[in-house]
Design a protein around this ligand. Structure first.
Ligand SMILES: O=C(O)CCC(=O)C(=O)O
Ligand SMILES: [Fe+2]
Length: 259
């Protein structure tokens, strides 16, 4: 679990540095208009989309991740790196996770999802780059053709399109909120835009459709609330969206027969 206060101090320091340095400042588009932030409602009331990173910055981040995969391929014991989505902390860009978490995800989430998802604040994040391709290959850091419908083990997910610019297919499709009568019903789909973020609740069923041309990358951050939501309910039941019935309660490892 991350220590929220420590990370917040770090995020503020980095933000101050960006404000002093023009070259860096314009790398992250959102800093220039964050105070007047306007988000756009997308796919009814559940998902919201807005521009967040410059294309050049997305390219740099992708390059850093791919270069690391390529160097690891030369070292026998690190060959697995790239077979799974690339963890942002492990490629030395934790500061970006922290900035996005503290300055974007936390404030937006408490307004947009706090009451429906039952949390007061978020205090944990994990960021990674997922790659998909018409021709998946470890050396590109693009491991998959598609991603089947699922919910995330997060209260809220931020999804930033990282390009490439000319891929085809690979739309993000949504099928409504797990645990509601509408679960499974198609809501809409979204062709990722490079540098644009989409924020949605973790229990919003979604899939990545097959990429039919080129490579497609996304920078995903999962955010959780261990301090409020997961402190009050069994995290395992929440994760599997187990309903609170006598049958499903007995299937939980926290149920009396296991203790
Ligand atoms: O690649 C994407 O756009 C979505 C990925 C996703 O849903 C996930 O990693 O949970
Ligand atoms: Fe997901």
């Amino acid at each position: 679990m991350y220590h929220t206060e420590l990370r917040l101090t770090e995020a503020k320091k980095i933000l101050a540095k960006f404000r002093r340095n023009d070259t860096c400042r314009f790398d992250l588009l959102f800093f220039s208009f964050l105070p007047h932030f306007l988000y756009q409602k997308l796919l009814r009331n559940y998902n919201y989309s807005f521009p967040i990173l410059r294309k050049e910055f997305c390219e740099k981040l992708k390059k850093q991740s791919k270069d690391l995969v390529a160097s690891c391929a030369e070292i026998q014991s690190l060959r697995d790196f790239g077979t799974r989505p690339i963890d942002i902390d492990s490629i030395g860009v934790s500061w970006l996770n922290n900035l996005l978490f503290h300055l974007i995800i936390r404030p937006l989430s408490s307004q947009l999802f706090g009451s429906t998802e039952n949390f007061q604040d978020l205090d944990w994040r994990q960021g990674y780059i997922a790659g998909y391709s018409e021709k998946p290959a470890v050396e590109k850091g693009a491991q998959m053709h598609r991603l089947v419908p699922h919910t995330d083990d997060s209260e809220v997910t931020l999804n930033i399109g990282m390009g490439d610019e000319d891929f085809e297919g690979g739309d993000l499709a949504f099928y409504n909120l797990r645990g509601t009568p509408e679960e499974g019903k198609f809501v809409g789909q979204f062709h990722p835009i490079m540098g644009h973020a989409l924020i949605h609740s973790g229990r919003h069923l979604h899939e990545v459709q097959e990429v039919t041309k080129g490579d497609r990358y996304a920078y995903i951050i999962w955010a959780r609330s261990w301090g409020s939501l997961r402190a009050n309910i069994c995290p395992c039941c929440w994760m599997t969206r187990r309903q609170n019935t006598s049958v499903s309660k007995n299937r939980c490892i926290c149920a009396p027969q296991w203790n």
